[in-house]
Design a protein around this ligand. Structure first.
Ligand code: ISJ
Length: 385
């Protein structure tokens, strides 16, 4: 038999299995939606950590008999379970907030192909029937679009596992009347994208948004002669590289985004952290109700007095009510040199009695307190067996 013929046959069989896997995953999702509807009627919590643990344990056992590695099985099914939890959370949220909108306008840092665009699409696929894309060129424009009623939702990147907090977005939150109504995480795989056949040694200039340059600083240190050029988004960098069509010019961005501009990746996984993940927040003009059946997060904006221990006193209030803090960030207050605004994420629903009591005490203690939003926590990691 010709080697090519056998390769064709093998690939045909692999494609066949992949397609059957997809059909099964879609069936699994349908069952998860049915479970979601059952939970809606019976008021049961979406997450069942014991069930997740048992499920993964059983799969690992079965995997052993099939010579499949437990780490591989865990990673695969964490993703599958995450999808199922998020789809159920979206279902409960829709029922509670009675949102009748079919086509919603979502503003993000565009143009097409940016990470924000991928995040907006992924969030919309779970939450809305149809998304009308509103690509913006600045963070401020995204917020303005929603504030002016030209879009219903804003998608903004807030923090990244390699480069940390995105200060410009934190600062915007101090001055907007919008509320946080959702969050999501997106794995970010930065690639070096080029418009034609070339090699790393031929590159002289790289275009991208400042964030990818920060997140790939270790990789870039190997090429100190590369000229760095900033653009307003990774997609703008891709657009530029496509239009210049020069073998010495590259962009840092996502492979999927690059495909929209006919760019090819010549190097991948360039971020300093192998787990390079960005957390995005979703903003809207009105706050939402979060179902008691889903894990919730609340984000607070707070200015304490200048007295010694003011922040500690505030945090002690959270501890007193057994409220877990997942993030604390501080940013300067514009116009008040050396004064700080604190951003606090807690694992709690702002409607719970414990949180209500804590908010009451914090209002008495602090100079300024605002609930920026309460939203379903989408940083779901299925429990490892
Ligand atoms: C589907 C369910 O909901 C969630 C998702 C699970 C899954 O995808 O297998 C398991 C447990 C729950 O956290 C369920 O409760 O069975």
């Amino acid at each position: 038999m010709q080697p090519y013929a056998s390769l064709d046959k093998l690939r045909h069989d692999i494609s066949d299995i992949d397609s059957r896997l997809l059909t099964l995953l879609a069936k699994r999702r349908e069952l998860a939606i049915a479970v979601g509807n059952y939970k809606l009627e019976t008021q049961r919590p979406v997450r069942d950590v014991t069930r997740e643990k048992q499920l993964i344990e059983k799969l690992i056992e079965q995997g052993k008999t099939l010579s499949l590695d437990s780490h591989y099985i865990t990673r695969l099914f964490q993703l599958v379970i995450e999808d199922s939890v998020l789809i159920q959370q979206a279902l409960l949220q829709k029922a509670l907030n009675d949102s009748q909108q079919h086509a919603v306008r979502v503003a993000f840092l565009g143009p097409k192909g940016s990470y924000s665009h991928l995040a907006a699409r992924s969030y919309a696929s779970r939450h809305f029937e149809q998304m009308i894309e509103v690509g913006c060129s600045k963070f401020q424009d995204i917020v303005d679009q929603v504030e002016k009623g030209l879009a219903e939702y804003a998608v903004l990147p807030l923090e990244n596992t390699s480069s940390g907090s995105i200060n410009d977005v934190y600062d915007l939150l101090q001055n907007t009347g919008l509320y946080i109504v959702g969050e999501m995480t997106l794995p970010i795989n930065h690639c070096l994208l080029v418009s034609q056949e070339t090699s790393l040694s031929a590159i002289t200039t790289v275009y991208s948004h400042p964030q990818p340059f920060q997140q790939c600083s270790h990789y870039l240190n190997h090429y100190p002669h590369w000229q760095i050029k900033y653009t307003e988004s990774t997609a703008a960098a891709m657009e530029m590289v496509a239009s210049l069509n020069d073998p010495a010019i590259a962009a840092l961005g996502s492979e999927a985004g690059g495909q929209l501009y006919q760019l090819q990746a010549i190097d991948r996984q360039l971020a300093n952290q192998s787990q390079n993940i960005t957390r995005f927040i979703i903003l809207a003009r009105k706050p939402i109700q979060v179902s008691k059946q889903v894990p919730a997060k609340t984000t607070l904006l707070m200015a304490t007095g200048q007295q010694a221990g003011a922040l500690v006193d505030a945090l002690l209030i959270l501890r007193q009510h057994d409220i877990v803090m997942t993030k604390l960030e501080s940013r300067p207050i514009h116009g008040n040199p050396w004064e700080e605004m604190f951003y606090i994420d807690v694992q709690a629903n702002s409607n719970e009695p414990a949180m209500q009591a804590a908010l009451q005490q914090l209002t008495e203690l602090t100079r300024y307190l605002k609930v920026l939003g309460c939203y379903p926590s989408e940083t779901v990691a299925a429990v490892i067996a």
